[in-house]
Design a protein around this ligand. Structure first.
Ligand code: WTA
Length: 685
């Protein structure tokens, strides 16, 4: 039986008693009534009479807060006995132990029980005006069919299935089918190259891959199945590849391929029953791996588990965007990124929302695409990336004004800092000055939004370009990066952004490399989770993200480690250094300094083209350099470390800001002067 039920621990029993008491009290207390209307669980918290007090309690008594919320918002088959068992100094994070549940039941079955014909997905296909709707009943059936298909082909609980698909209903059903049968999924963004895909399949040890024959994006056909064919050649673990049909064009099938559906007939899937027994999962079993870039050349497979992740995605979706029953939620991220996981799939579906799957691009077939979609699908919350906003701003207001956007209630931004100009335009033009804009800060590692202007009082100020306020249960701190590693307690100060206490949505480990997890996130500032970002805390106590403190850059909201690009080996290149630079649309662009091997006779323009092609082939198009500058040598410290800080200043032509050069191995600074005098090859449009 999958019924919403509670935890039997002592704490919850007593909180239940308080809830009953509180429900009597709130009749006479106006503010208590308000806060319980805002969040029903608040009725159970003694002395919580407003939103600020609720936020305070979520941090000071986070166990009580999360226990109540978990009991209320998830359907458990067996209640949890321990709210949390975490030790940040050792990178140990466990939530809701003893509890058993199934994530797909939480995202589907319970809504099918109450409102089977509610639309779960609106697939905004690349071809404008050809959207398709799927009800919760239909999505459950599709999920069960895929679940049974996977089970019949030997996929077991604990296996990891790699999904390499565009944003489409079958991709969502595949993710949920994995969750249903207890397998983990590893969604790889369908823009990644065969090599990048292969590396992720091998690291995840997947024996099953799900893909489509071809993708379609911006009117162009993308040969996804061919990319999978190339990738699996170097993946001995892969036994089977399921191939769905996104277009009608047949592709060559090999002995390991299984046609999931045959042009519109859903051949294999139709054989399957529409009932699929859900696996009963422990709270801390793995739900998915998602690879992201770090400061080394090797991407890391961050691990998220079942209950804590789902709860955090659902709660942030509900409160940051002020989502209410019946709203149409439009997050335009690709499912290959964490934003797609948390705010296209898991958060909205856990809340029974209608969620939009956006398959196209912001400018296809014209720059009015988003706003045409808002009008057609009657979208209430729109969640997108600053890079797209900056791009659309340049095309002018007429593309926005052409469409009716009166359904919009909240606008969201994610992935990178949003500059004031873009924020203002988003607010004034897109939202007609009446929708709150929420600049949401978070990461693959955090599972869901950690800092955002909302929730807060409806009339609370929102400062452009600032993420501002920590979410329930989040306790950010700033730590001095320069000297002492000391906690900075005053306002109007900047430092390394860390979290002082665990929350249910945070990643649990790096797949197969817990040591790297500890070293990256917990050792830099013992006792704290280090985000890798810097932040400023204003006089009022609001947070503003100032950017990465490590060698990770953010191109159009996509993370890429500079070391990953440097690791692309070109026979003519002796060494290279990659840095990010300010780009007016992409936020950051890729700038590569390259030193050639001695005696190499090659035209720089030819080599630039070759290098660019290699990066696209080894990683993805978005990672290929915008500029390549050839150098005789790179500025290094005496111990041989490349001084990227100096390279950044060279690119910014900020000779005054070169800073301390006493560790430079070239006292005459000849190499810096040379770099400044060189020209570079502009490569990308
Ligand atoms: C950056 C994306 C400024 C940040 C959800 C972070 C932001 C990295 C913001 C995570 C924001 C994300 N303002 N910077 N609102 N949101 N970032 O893992 O540097 O793809 O560490 O997750 O993006 O990128 P990721």
């Amino acid at each position: 039986m999958w019924l919403p039920c509670g935890c039997t621990s002592k704490y919850v029993a007593s909180s239940f008693a308080r809830r009953i008491l509180a429900s009597h009290l709130h009749v006479s207390g106006r503010s208590r009534c308000n806060v319980a209307a805002f969040m029903p669980e608040a009725a159970g918290f003694e002395g919580v009479s407003g939103r600020a007090a609720l936020r305070e309690l979520s941090v000071s008594n986070s166990e009580s807060f999360w226990a109540a919320v978990a009991r209320h918002r998830l359907s458990w088959s067996i209640p949890f006995h321990t709210v949390q068992d975490c030790d940040l100094s050792r990178g140990k994070i466990k939530w809701f132990e003893g509890g058993k549940l199934n994530v797909s039941v939480n995202c589907l079955d319970r809504h099918v029980h109450t409102c089977p014909e509610r639309v779960a997905l609106i697939w905004e296909r690349d071809e404008r005006g050809s959207e398709m709707k799927y009800t919760y009943r239909e999505l459950l059936e599709m999920t069960c069919r895929v679940g049974n298909l996977l089970r019949r082909h030997g996929v077991k609980r604990g296996d990891c299935v790699t999904i390499y698909m565009p944003t489409c209903p079958l991709a969502v059903a595949s993710m949920l089918a994995c969750a249903r049968i207890g397998a983990a999924h590893n969604v790889v963004f369908a823009g990644f190259s065969a090599d990048a895909l292969a590396e992720r399949i091998r690291d995840a040890q997947s024996s099953t891959v799900i893909t489509v024959n071809q993708g379609v994006r911006g009117g162009k056909v993308i040969e996804l199945k061919k990319t999978v064919d190339t990738a699996v050649e170097s993946c001995p673990t892969v036994k089977q590849v399921f191939v769905a049909m996104r277009t009608d064009n047949p592709v060559t099938m090999t002995a390991r391929d299984i046609a999931m559906e045959e042009v519109r007939e859903q051949k294999e899937m139709l054989k399957e029953d529409v009932v699929c027994e859900p696996a009963v999962m422990n709270s801390e079993d793995v739900l998915f791996l998602l690879y992201t870039s770090g400061s080394t050349g090797k991407p890391k497979g961050l691990v998220h588990t079942q209950a804590g992740y789902l709860l955090y995605a659902a709660l942030t979706h509900r409160y940051v965007f002020s989502y209410h029953d019946g709203d149409v939620f439009g997050c335009v991220a690709d499912i290959g990124w964490i934003t797609g996981h948390s705010y296209v799939v898991y958060g909205p579906l856990a809340n029974g929302a209608t969620t939009v799957l956006f398959e196209s691009t912001p400018i296809y077939p014209d720059p009015g695409r988003y706003w045409d979609m808002v009008e057609r699908l009657k979208i209430n919350q729109f969640y997108g990336a600053p890079t797209a906003i900056r791009l659309l701003l340049k095309y002018g207001d007429q593309w926005v004004n052409k469409y009716d956007r009166s359904t919009l209630k909240t606008l969201g931004s994610v992935g990178e800092p949003i500059n004031t100009e873009a924020w203002e335009w988003y607010h004034r033009v897109v939202g007609d000055g009446r929708c709150p804009v929420v600049d949401t800060w978070w990461q693959t590692e955090t599972g869901g939004i950690c800092i955002a202007p909302r929730p807060s009082d409806p009339d609370a100020e929102i400062v452009p370009g600032m993420a501002m306020r920590p979410f329930f249960g989040i306790k950010p701190v700033l730590i001095d990066t320069e000297v002492s590693g000391e906690l900075l307690t005053s306002n109007n100060t900047s430092g390394a952004l860390c979290m002082a206490q665990p929350w249910p949505g945070m990643a649990r480990t790096i797949h197969n490399n817990h040591q790297r997890f500890i070293e990256t996130y917990f050792q830099p500032y013992p006792g704290y989770f280090f985000t890798g970002d810097g932040a400023y805390r204003s006089e009022e106590g609001y947070y503003q993200i100032t950017g990465r403190l490590d060698d990770v850059i953010n191109v159009s909201g996509h993370r890429i480690g500079t070391a990953e690009i440097e690791d692309v080996v070109c026979p003519a290149v002796a060494e290279s250094a990659v840095i990010g630079y300010t780009h007016s649309i992409k936020g950051q662009g890729v700038y590569a300094f390259v030193v050639l091997k001695k005696g190499i006779d090659v035209k720089e323009a030819d080599l630039s083209r070759q290098l660019n092609g290699m990066v696209s082939e080894k990683i993805a198009k978005y990672a290929s350099p915008d500029f390549i500058q050839f150098a005789q040598r790179l500025p290094k410290t005496r111990s041989g470390k490349i001084m990227r800080r100096v390279l950044r200043k060279v690119v910014e032509s900020d000779l005054e800001g070169l800073g301390d050069l006493s560790t430079l191995d070239d006292p005459s600074h000849k190499c810096i002067k040379y770099l400044q005098s060189c020209f570079c090859f502009y490569l990308k449009m």
